[in-house]
Design a protein around this ligand. Sequence first.
Ligand SMILES: Nc1nc2c(c(=O)[nH]1)N[C@H]1C(S)=C(S)[C@@H](COP(=O)(O)OP(=O)(O)OC[C@H]3O[C@@H](n4cnc5c(=O)[nH]c(N)nc54)[C@H](O)[C@@H]3O)O[C@H]1N2
Ligand SMILES: Nc1nc2c(c(=O)[nH]1)N[C@H]1C(S)=C(S)[C@@H](COP(=O)(O)OP(=O)(O)OC[C@H]3O[C@@H](n4cnc5c(=O)[nH]c(N)nc54)[C@H](O)[C@@H]3O)O[C@H]1N2
Ligand code: SF4
Ligand SMILES: [Mo]
Length: 725
Amino acid sequence: MKNLPRAGVMESPLRSQCPYCGVGCGLELLPPAAKGRATMRGQDGTPVWGARGDRHHPSSLGQVCIKGATVGQTLSNGRLTRPLYRPRLDQPLQPISWDTAFTILLERIHSTMAEKGPQALAMYGSGQFHCEDYYVAQKLLKGALGTNNFDANSRLCMSSAVAGYTRSLGSDGPPCCYEDLDQCDLALLIGANMADCHPVLFQRLAKRHRKRRRKRDLQIVVVDPRQTATSSVADLHLAIRPGTDLVLLHGIGHLLLRQTALDFDFIEGCTDGFFAYAKLLQDWTPTRVASVCGISSSDLRLVARLWARSRAALSLWSMGVNQSVEGTATVSGIVNLHLLTGQIGRPGAGPFSLTGQPNAMGGREVGGLAHLLPGYRHVRNPKHRAEVEAQWKLGPIAAEPGLSAWEQIEAMDAGALDLWWVAATNPLVSMPKLEKVKAAMARCPLVVVSEAYVNTETSRWAHLVLPAAQWSEKDGVMVNSERRVTLCPAFRGAPGEARADWQVFAELGRRLGFVEQFSYGSAAEVYGEFVALSVGRVCDTSGLSHELLRREGPQQWPFPAGATPGRGSRRLYENGNFPTPTGRAHFMVDQPRGLAEPPDGTFPLVLTSGRYLGHWHTMTRTGQLERLRRMHPEPLLEVNPVDAAAAGLADGAVARIRSRRGQVTARVSVRDQIRPGTVFLPMHWGTSQEGACEVNGLMHALGCPISQQPELKAAAVQLAPVGRV
Ligand SMILES: Nc1nc2c(c(=O)[nH]1)N[C@H]1C(S)=C(S)[C@@H](COP(=O)(O)OP(=O)(O)OC[C@H]3O[C@@H](n4cnc5c(=O)[nH]c(N)nc54)[C@H](O)[C@@H]3O)O[C@H]1N2
Ligand SMILES: Nc1nc2c(c(=O)[nH]1)N[C@H]1C(S)=C(S)[C@@H](COP(=O)(O)OP(=O)(O)OC[C@H]3O[C@@H](n4cnc5c(=O)[nH]c(N)nc54)[C@H](O)[C@@H]3O)O[C@H]1N2
Ligand code: SF4
Ligand SMILES: [Mo]
């Protein structure tokens, strides 16, 4: 299989990875004039690229969902084409040249360095960067500017998984692969609505489930306070109270221990900390667990029995686990069960985080969080810093982690940040506690937003808006949830003066005087520099290059220099050896603490939030498509009949939803599918979209103390019909 760098040569299909979710399906891109295809037209009347599943992509085998299939129609409408600037937020944005934009950036950087030092500069990036954008961004901040204040929206997304894997197994890195979905006999889907959010993987599992001959060939257990399209196929749905996942996991551990359904050889040979963990489990008796989680103890016993009997247990999780004040502990709680029963490092078994964004994985590998450096290195580790310093030749890297996403907001609010640069994320929809974010941004002397589309919620609060070339317009690499690396070639031109993010960061690096360190001839060169820094690390990709990926197709890591390209899947830790100092994985002992803001008499309900199948986050792409808008015409508040009656709300009525931080209105959908005491809103509608609903104005910003991931899945709220208080 072959990937062509440019459109125009029609014989070989052009291949890429879908730029939406972390499944990372392979796409075949169909040029506007492809033979035998009616030419589709975008909103602006111009012919658009088509997309269909790439049968050669080992991760998706030709499958796609509605978002991947329609992505071509969303790429050219409403794009930013020129840099824009205003000195003050009450002035209109005016077009400027790139040269002026760089001058504004340089002046601000120099004056900030002189007055406050580099810690008053920060960048907030994204799991939607290509690896090359990510790599140059954090080299610019951590190397050239001397501050580790580079963080990404992965902090709101995968950072609990990163922290959980690291403390339990010794390193980040999901150990499983998608073939495990074909080989497991128990799939525990905890805090993941795969049917809507990782649809191609869900279909793979659901198809097997439909065709199973005996129940015990594949059982699916779903843990979610709501019934979803995912739980509709489950053999068992545990509708636990929000925030009680760790209790549930300890309850399962308790029963496994009692049934002596343990893998003693694995525990003895490959782990430590068992006795302390076993002691913790004593307290989590079935009666207590059932009562805290709000489920029956017979259901609890059933899930423990299914696990005890399973030959290959696979846990799949996403935001219902990660976005919690005990997100890291819950991830470790999942890993604990796998260690207890030796369910890791073999076909069909293991703890498997479903990555959210298309390149959140690559971001972790290149060092895209404030405490990381390339190659899963840590800024606190002097050896790691020395290795990166030697490669970069930009001087010493600061020894302390930089400001994480929410810490950047707090610093800005305290007047301690003079430059906040947001790139490829839309925080004025997606960050919690939006009123505070707005107030903080209003205090910052220079807010820069690198963005592909015009007039997003966040660019309305920016002084300097930089037009970004997006996926399809720049060469780059993305890495999906099963550690598979795919080349995403440029096949369309960028509109107007839009530039690739990495090129902007590199040019600023050169203008800062680091000419040699930031002179890259191509994205392939950037990638080459990064992979050299991965040698010998868990995520070794030193054998990969754009050229190899173009020639051989997508590859899974580890892929050290000299590795043979192949399509087969591999797992980490097959030899029972873990990248900890002792080579053993750790049982982690964490006492559950529950929600940061539990419901009370005034705010009696827990508001949770999440996603719809047809929309992507803040809808800058999917919001353009009539077909997707028809699929989900408005944000609906899901309410149980008991809570609806108590609040005087009928189905279809409009409710006011109020938390300690703000209020929004939304139409009510009364349904049994959500457990009493919990209500749900989708996260997608900001203020730019019809049906505006600023959900995150309601959410609090308290986060997990280890991963610093905010608890975006729960805030205490009250409901009232609109018109009454
Ligand atoms: N269609 C679509 N797909 C996407 C995205 C998108 O925007 N649209 N975004 C991508 C990204 S970045 C991400 S991070 C993933 C997210 O993927 P998911 O995490 O699967 O999606 P969410 O809808 O955010 O949340 C999943 C479920 O968590 C449940 N939940 C809430 N609180 C709790 C709790 O306390 N415990 C448990 N067990 N469950 C709870 C919610 O009811 C919800 O059904 O999706 C990716 N895929
Ligand atoms: N209440 C609640 N809040 C949440 C969540 C939740 O479940 N509930 N989930 C959280 C999670 S997991 C996530 S991942 C975040 C997602 O939230 P965001 O990251 O804010 O969402 P997106 O809409 O994906 O934002 C990406 C932006 O980058 C732009 N863009 C696209 N390509 C490029 C490019 O190549 N370069 C540049 N410079 N810009 C580009 C897009 O137009 C868009 O404006 O939301 C978080 N917030
Ligand atoms: S499942 Fe995810 S990666 Fe695959 S086509 Fe859909 S959005 Fe794209
Ligand atoms: Mo995410």
